[in-house]
Design a protein around this ligand. Sequence first.
Ligand code: ATP
Length: 341
Amino acid sequence: MSEIKTIGVLTSGGDAPGMNAAVRAVVRRGLALGMKVYGIYKGYQGLIDGVEGEDIRELRAKDVSDTIQKGGTFLYTARCMAMMKPAGVKKAAETCHKYGIQGLVVIGGDGSYRGAEKLANEGINVVGVPGTIDLDIACSDYTIGFDTAVNTAMEAIDKVRDTSTSHERCSIIEVMGRHAGYIALWCGIANGAEDILLPEKYDYDEQKLIDNIIDNKRRGKRHHIIINAEGVGHSASMARRIEAATGIETRATILGYMQRGGVPTATDRVYASTMGCLAVDCLAAGKTKRVIAYKYGDFVDFDINEALKMEKEISEYQVLIARSLSHNYYKNEAEGRETED
Ligand code: ATP
């Protein structure tokens, strides 16, 4: 039997489809190991407020029934400024002590891990689980919610493409990812976009985009899809400038929050369930200050500080193939000349 008898689980930062599957796994794995499990509502805010029956509720197996297939997080989430201050961390640790919570599973992104690390310094065993649609956690090749979000965006872009082709338009479609262009990159490849604007790569050379659109039109293309990560410029004004420069009707579509919601894919349900279980197993094994990750095809755990120091770089090869497969850049690379259609 584990030394850890009581654990808590919370979701923090932006919500992501699959978070419920992770919470469910934490609850049921914890119960299976003989632990008492508390659900902490509204992220770190709930831990700081600590009101019994409201912010902190004991969860039993049936409390997580009928949650695995639902988007969002039934524990709710928050961006909690109070946690950024030492007094907030102290208060959160006091709540843990009050309820006898010895171990805490924090499902969220890098920011949530930083809060968890501070709680660990107050004597709470913590394990982070990567929950973010942005795929921007350096230590992990997978984050909960990315698969669902990218599929949601892909399906929406397919629909915009249909109408864009019918009207022979240029479409700028803005996807989420203020600092990380993974959704844009994946959609760029999956939707066969002509151009992809990534925060990590965009050189703000709008003239190049304009030249590409004109060139495509000349070659008989009936649409031009540009996928824009939200961190890059302003899609609506970009559309106006492109239309003025090319004479081609150009529309901006901002997919927005729809990308966060919806039924989680099988991948998100299964990976989130695995990660939730592994987090509890880590706590049961006496580990703390760990984060769960999926790396090189395996589920593993890293030291939280080590994980926070890692830097993620967007795959150069994926960027290259996205360009290489788009009609626009379809060139005979060996000879450096354009290939005829
Ligand atoms: P996402 O990727 O969806 O944005 P995230 O976990 O990175 O998720 P943040 O808003 O950065 O989202 O962080 C979530 C919460 O974690 C914050 O609202 C705050 O309560 C806590 N947090 C973030 N940074 C720190 C920090 N340096 N110290 C203590 N707590 C922090």
